[in-house]
Design a protein around this ligand. Structure first.
Ligand SMILES: [Zn+2]
Length: 87
């Protein structure tokens, strides 16, 4: 079982098809825009009255869009794939 896992990790079966902008051919720079984002940051107050940030959570309430950074073409159709390839 262990051997199988190692083999799978070394040879990914998914082909690497890069996302490319159909309008300008850009395949390196993209940006993501999220609507209605709620940013929540948790703080702890210390004994001397100062605060320490403990963590932050963001919640996207609206739509997330994905654009080409070169020509602003809407590439939202590729967003799902972008998330799969995001490490
Ligand atoms: Zn483009």
């Amino acid at each position: 079982m262990d051997t199988d896992m190692v083999t799978r990790r070394k040879s990914p079966k998914k082909s690497t098809v890069r996302i490319q902008c159909p309008r300008c051919g850009n395949d390196t720079e993209f940006f993501e825009i999220a609507d209605g984002v709620v940013l929540t940051t948790r703080y702890l107050q210390n004994s001397d009255g100062s605060f320490t940030q403990e963590g932050d959570e963001s919640e996207v309430l609206g739509e997330i869009k994905f654009f080409c950074a070169e020509c602003n073409q809407d590439l939202t159709q590729h967003h799902k794939r972008f998330l799969e390839m995001l490490f």
